[in-house]
Design a protein around this ligand. Structure first.
Ligand code: GAL
Length: 476
């Protein structure tokens, strides 16, 4: 055949050789394409079927957060490998295939178990409308949480204030009760701006929906609150002078390039809040943020800036309705921290932060300072107990607020969000006790006076209760 090919070629031997190589290459490509389009049965890994995981009664769809779990491992073995099915296809012997399949099935089983653990079925909800006496007041971090009307609580990225006059707690958070979608192929998962919800409670466990304290805007495309924008991490503080409740929040557009803060006010804790507008604080971009009201009435804003490379701390004006343009301090420069939450204990300020990995969890850090404006020192990861892998991921959550408990000196509540990027409305809450465990003498080089600086622990508990007898007013 070779001979004939050379013979029939009139241009020369070089050309014939090229023709031969090209036709050979073409056949290989055709063969490969055919193979990919119509694989023989034996080459479709069994695993694919189980990867769909449709028959498992785990809520919600596990494939949804596979990406977040990819880096999570149990006993040192990664739970998900992106190349798992490719690996199997490469193994030719039946024996190897069977063994690999078993390994993969075992991994997926662990993944399913872990998924069931992280996002327990809705049948296991903490339901204030149904709970029988023995269940009231028990926190199960990660379970769906329902209000006294039996509806899932929608208050993500939120914060709480305590109003002594009515001995009531008010919880504000993002209403993510809509459909999750992406504005563009590479855009982050999002839901429309449905507003900021407000819930009230006397015991921090049974919550009453008080309505949308701040509503999303459906018509006016120019409004910051327009549904296609972003309104995140709302926090409310009370101004004793003006007697107004002031809400600060992260305001953004769909691509997170506006990077601003917004403010709203109300005469009543449940709203309706009147939106006053947004700005870039100190002329800087700002994304995740919080506000903190000090004992003397001074209030501060803390926000991630320089594209999340650093945090900025600055004072609010006396009426809390604006940011004082002078005196801003940059902290944790190049450390890429976000989701700040501030609390005070024995005249020391503590700040909890997360890393920046979008909806995926990462490790928490606790920082301390004798002044809100710094200098701040980093103490370390406060998470203690539970599964080692999950502990290093803030128990698969991202901090949002640290709540002081009236009447209790050394115990706070850590409030975190266990985001579910495939269906953000089903993101769960991880609430855990945060305790101050006595003097911290070692490991931190700081000017802060020992023994004032305390070891901070967020301790994992599958289920927990507030201390017996604690139920607001009696302990005040
Ligand atoms: C996180 C942030 C969340 C939300 C999310 C969007 O880093 O803490 O509040 O903005 O990114 O991807």
């Amino acid at each position: 055949m070779m001979h004939r090919l050379f013979k029939t070629c009139h241009v020369g031997t070089k050309c014939c050789l090229l023709t031969l190589i090209w036709s050979f290459a073409t056949w290989i490509v055709i063969f490969q394409v055919y193979h990919v389009l119509f694989p023989s049965k034996s080459e479709i890994p069994e695993l694919r079927k189980s990867q769909l995981m449709d028959s498992v009664n785990v809520s919600p769809d596990i494939s949804a957060f596979q990406s977040a779990l990819k880096h999570v491992s149990i006993r040192g073995e990664p739970l998900m490998k992106e190349s798992s099915s490719v690996q199997i296809r490469e193994n030719s012997s039946l024996k190897n295939n069977t063994r690999n399949r078993a390994v993969e099935e075992a991994k997926l089983l662990r993944l399913k178990k872990l998924a069931g653990l992280l996002f327990p079925s809705k049948a296991l909800s903490m339901d204030a409308s149904k709970a029988n006496h023995s269940e009231v007041g028990i926190y199960y971090p990660g379970r769906e949480w329902r209000d006294i009307a039996g509806h899932p609580i929608q208050a993500h990225g939120g914060g709480i204030i305590y109003v002594p006059k009515s001995e009531t707690f008010f919880w504000y958070g993002e209403n993510k009760g809509g459909r999750t979608y992406h504005l563009s192929k590479r855009g982050t998962a999002r839901v429309d701006v449905l507003g900021v919800n407000c819930y009230s409670s006397k015991d921090l466990w049974s919550w009453k929906f008080e309505g949308r304290a701040l509503k999303g805007e459906y018509r006016n495309k120019k409004s910051d609150l327009y549904v296609k924008n972003v309104v995140e991490r709302p926090k409310v503080i009370y101004n004793d002078r003006s007697k107004l409740y002031v809400m600060w929040m992260h305001i953004d557009n769909g691509t997170y390039s506006k990077a601003a803060i917004g403010v709203a006010v109300s005469t009543h804790p449940v709203g309706p809040f009147e939106y006053l507008g947004s700005k870039r604080p100190h002329g800087c971009d700002s994304r995740d943020m919080t506000v903190f009201k000090d004992d003397n009435g001074d209030a501060y804003i803390v926000y991630s800036s320089q594209i999340n490379n650093e945090l900025h701390v600055g004072k609010l004006t006396e009426d809390y309705l604006d940011v004082m343009e002078r005196g801003m301090e940059k902290i944790f420069i190049k450390q890429r921290r976000e989701a700040p939450a501030v609390f005070k204990h024995k005249s020391i300020y503590y700040m909890l932060t997360s890393g920046c990995t979008s909806w995926n969890p990462n490790g928490a850090l606790i920082h301390a300072s004798t002044s809100m404006l710094g200098p701040w020192v980093t103490i370390g990861d406060p998470c203690v107990g539970g599964d080692e892998e999950l502990r290093t991921l803030t128990f698969f959550s991202q901090g949002s607020f640290v709540l002081p408990l009236p009447g209790l000196q050394d115990t706070f509540i850590f409030m975190g969000d266990r985001w579910l990027p495939s269906d953000l409305r089903d993101s769960r809450y991880v609430w855990l006790p945060l305790t101050m465990n006595g003097p911290l003498y070692q490991g931190v080089s700081t000017d802060i006076h020992f023994p004032q600086l305390q070891r901070v622990s967020i301790r994992w508990a599958d289920e927990w209760k507030l201390p017996q007898g604690w139920n607001n007013s009696q302990n005040l």
